[in-house]
Design a protein around this ligand. Structure first.
Ligand code: PGA
Length: 240
């Protein structure tokens, strides 16, 4: 695990987006794992700029997103599919037929979990997986628990996650469950880039980097990945 402390979110977004863009230039059919939330938004903006400038095309990439809320349709204003459409996919030439998502629709969720790891393997594995980290140390929606998961599963969200994400749900209650890629799926990615900014992440960042590898801080498992780079600003790095 490599740790890079940068001046601010903008510097992080330039560094992370340029790694992704270089990968796609080198391999137009790259398989990219994407994350939602506040952490990757600036990186997505730099990717959109690069597309608009004609520097890169995303039309042949395949994507897998980390997680989705249970009970929300794809087009719900709070779904992560919608988030990706608005913050990246819809603003580039990404081909939606190669966009993969776990399905929040209750009638499809079990099947989509069962098939997701196989789909990732069939695509040749994830070349670059982008991650954020929760204040409780979660990655994707792998909440603190007694054991590390392997494949995708349905998870009961913790109060800490509900407290962090409820602000995005204006008119309705936030779902209490989500589907997430497992720790095994994340760890099989060839390269991992994790972004954490702000003081609220400092404790989780400390445990991820300096603590023991334990499922009670799921992100700590990244210590065992041979090609994981953690991008921090000064606030999130302040306890290191
Ligand atoms: P955030 O969430 O990027 O919105 O802070 C990260 C996460 O919960 O994994």
């Amino acid at each position: 695990m490599e740790v890079r402390v940068m001046e601010n979110t903008f510097e992080i977004s330039k560094a992370v987006s340029s790694i992704i863009i270089d990968e796609v230039k080198r391999n137009p059919k790259a398989v990219l794992g994407f994350a939602t939330g506040a952490s990757p938004i600036e990186t997505y903006k730099r990717m959109i700029e690069a597309y608009e400038n004609g520097e890169v095309s995303f039309k042949s990439i395949t994507t897998f997103n980390l997680d989705e809320y249970c009970g929300l349709t794809r087009d719900d204003e709070n779904s992560y599919f919608r988030f990706m459409k608005e913050n990246l996919f819809g603003k580039t030439d990404i081909d939606f037929s190669r966009v993969n998502f776990l399905s929040g629709d209750e009638t499809e969720s079990e099947k989509s979990c069962r098939e997701y790891s196989e789909k990732i393997a069939a695509a040749g594995g994830i070349d670059i997986q982008l991650l954020g980290i929760g204040t409780n140390g979660h990655i994707g929606f792998n909440e603190p628990s007694d054991s590390f998961s392997d494949g995708p599963f349905k998870v009961k969200l913790t109060q800490s996650t509900i407290n962090s994400n409820s602000k995005y749900f204006k008119d309705k209650k936030m779902p209490g469950y989500a589907l997430t890629m497992g720790i095994g799926d994340i760890m099989r990615a060839k390269k991992i880039l994790l972004i954490a900014t702000g003081e609220s992440k400092a404790n989780a960042v400390f445990k991820m980097i300096k603590g023991e590898v334990t499922p009670s801080c799921p992100a700590s498992v990244l210590q065992n990945h041979s090609n994981a780079v953690i991008y921090l600003d000064r606030e999130s790095a302040k306890l290191l």
